[in-house]
Each structure stands twice: as structure tokens, then as C-alpha cells.
Write a protein that binds this ligand. Structure first.
Ligand SMILES: Nc1ncnc2c1ncn2[C@@H]1O[C@H](COP(=O)(O)OP(=O)(O)OP(=O)(O)O)[C@@H](O)[C@H]1O
Length: 131
């Protein structure tokens, strides 16, 4: 484990490396993170196949970023709670459940965004298939 003791420009790039390590660590340890990333890849491929307009792409990228960012913060809060309060405590429960709530909220937004963005292209595609 290394602390960021660099200065100036070096410190800036070290911060990026530590952030990338954090994302990689969350991906390796959290099943939910793997599921969210897998779904994000499927959604991006579907958006390319349906040739969605730029506005729809931006909405999808916003939803994907929100979910992944919420999942990363949830993982950070879980790790912090496990470190400072491994024993059962109502505040530990509140912190973990609230962080999980943020993930749930962002996931609901992502589902609504997906329905809004894909509804008409999918209906049009089915209509073409049936005609
Ligand atoms: N120290 C604690 N004190 C009180 N309740 C806790 C504590 N740790 C966990 N819990 C309860 O158990 C639930 C599950 O906690 P856990 O740490 O297993 O996280 P998780 O939601 O299963 O996440 P993951 O599986 O991604 O690690 C929490 O949401 C909380 O309600």
C-alpha cells in the first residue's frame, strides 16, 4: 500500500492511478459492480445497433455513470464501515442501507431512462419485422 507523497504534476497523475486502482478493486470484489458493467456494455451495444440519436446516447451515458458512481461510493462506504465498526451497530446499518438506497435510486433512474430511450426504436423495429 502506497500513500500519494508526490508533488505537483506527479501527484496529479498518481491520483489518477489510485482512482483507477479503486475502480479495478471494486470491479474485482463486488458482484454488483460486474453486473452493472455487463449491463452497461449490453446497453451501449444496443444503442449502437439501434443507431440512437446523440441526445439518447447522452441520457444513457448519464444513467450508466450515475449507477457506477453510486456503486463505487456504496463500496467505499461499506469498506469504511467494516473498518471502523465491524461489530453490529444501528448507525453502521443506517450508513450501509442509505448507501445501498443511493444505488437503488440510480438503478431505477437507469431503467426509466432505458425504457424512454429504447421504447420507440424497439416498437418501430418490431413493426418492420411484422410487416
Ligand atoms: N456493522 C453492521 N451493523 C449493523 N448492520 C449491518 C452491519 N453490517 C452490515 N449490516 C446490515 O447488513 C446488510 C448487508 O451488509 P453487507 O456488508 O453484507 O453489504 P451488502 O449490501 O451485502 O453488500 P455486498 O454484498 O456488496 O458486500 C447492510 O445493508 C446492513 O443492513
Amino acid at each position: 500500500m502506497v500513500k500519494n507523497t508526490a508533488v505537483g504534476r506527479k501527484k496529479f497523475w498518481h491520483s489518477f492511478r489510485f482512482a483507477a486502482q479503486g475502480i479495478a478493486a471494486a470491479f474485482k470484489s463486488e458482484l454488483n459492480m460486474k453486473v452493472h458493467c455487463g449491463l452497461a456494455v449490453i446497453v451501449i451495444i444496443a444503442a449502437a445497433v439501434f443507431r440512437l440519436p446523440p441526445g439518447s446516447w447522452m441520457l444513457l451515458l448519464l444513467a450508466i455513470t450515475l449507477v457506477l458512481a453510486a456503486e463505487l461510493l456504496n463500496t467505499a462506504i461499506e469498506a469504511t464501515i467494516d473498518l471502523v465498526s465491524p461489530e453490529i451497530h444501528p448507525l453502521a446499518k443506517k450508513a450501509k442501507d442509505t448507501a445501498a438506497g443511493a444505488v437503488l435510486l440510480s438503478a431505477v433512474f437507469a431503467v426509466i431512462t432505458g425504457i424512454y430511450v429504447f421504447y420507440h426504436p424497439v416498437i418501430d423495429w418490431i413493426a418492420v419485422l411484422m410487416s
